[in-house]
Design a protein around this ligand. Sequence first.
Ligand code: AP5
Length: 253
Amino acid sequence: MTDATPRQRWLLGPGHDCEPRTTGTRPYRLILLGAPGVGKGTQAALLSARLGACQLSTGDVLRGARTLDACDRSPAIAAALDAMSRGELVPDDVVLQIVRERVDCLRCGGGFLLDGFPRTLAQADALDALLAHERVELDAVVSYELPIPAIVARLSGRRVCPACKAVFHLETQPPRVAGRCDHCGTALVQRDDDRPEAVRVRMETYAEATAPLIDYYGSRGLLVRVPAHGAPDDVLRRTLGALDARVPAPSRA
Ligand code: AP5
C-alpha cells in the first residue's frame, strides 16, 4: 500500500511507502556535487522528471524540521538548524542518521539523485559503506561548475516554495503569478541562508569541506564535470550528454 510520492517518502522518512516512478530507462544512481546555488536542486528536479530517479536532498529534510514546534525539536536538530541558518554544515552524525533512516531510498529500483550529500570526506566514506552493505553501485558523480559571481547572482534571486519545495528565480525562472508557487499556489519565501553573510560562510565551507570530494570521486573514475552556465535546459542537455558518454542508455528519448 503506498501512502506517499517518492519525494515525500524521502522527506517524511521511515513509516511511509511509495511507488517508484518508471520512465523506461535503466535506474540511475548519481551524486550531484557543486557549490551552494550552482543549480543542483534545479537539475535534480529536471533529471528526476527525465530519468525517473528520485531527488534525495538532505537540505530539504533539514529544512522540513523547521516546521516542527520548538519543543518537538531534539537538541541535535535544534543545533543543526542554527548551524544551517549561519551557513555552516550540520554535524556529520546528524546528517548520517537522516540518511540511514531513509536507506530504503538508496535501495530503490528507480534509482536516486543525491543532492547535497555527501558533503564531507567522512560522509563520503559512510556512504560508500552504506552502498556496499546494500550492494548498490554508483553510476557517476556529476560536478557542476560555475564562477562564484554567477553563483551569488543565482542565490540572491532565489525564491522557494516551503510546501512543495519548488525553486524559482526572480529573473531567470520567475513564477507565473508573482510571489506564488506555480505548482501549489503557496506564498514563496527567501531561504534564511541566502542572506549575504550566510552565503559567504557557505562558499568558504564548500571550498574547505566539500570541494575535496571532487578529487575523491575523480580518483575512482566516477567524476563527470559539467559546466553550469546557460539556461537550466541547456545544463540538463549537457548533463544528459555527459552521462550518455559514460553510462549509455539507448532507450532514453
Ligand atoms: P542545501 O539545501 O543542500 O543547499 P546548497 O547545497 O547550499 O545548495 P542550494 O540548495 O543553495 O543550491 P542549488 O545548487 O541546489 O541551486 P538551486 O537549484 O536552488 O543545504 C543547505 C544547508 O543544509 C547547508 O548549508 C547545511 O547547513 C545543511 N546541509 C544540507 N546537507 C548537508 C550535509 N550533507 N552535510 C552537512 N550539512 C548539510 O539554484 C539556485 C538559484 O539559481 C535558483 O533560484 C534557481 O532558480 C536558479 N538557477 C538554477 N539553475 C539556473 C540556470 N541554469 N540559469 C539561471 N538560473 C538558475
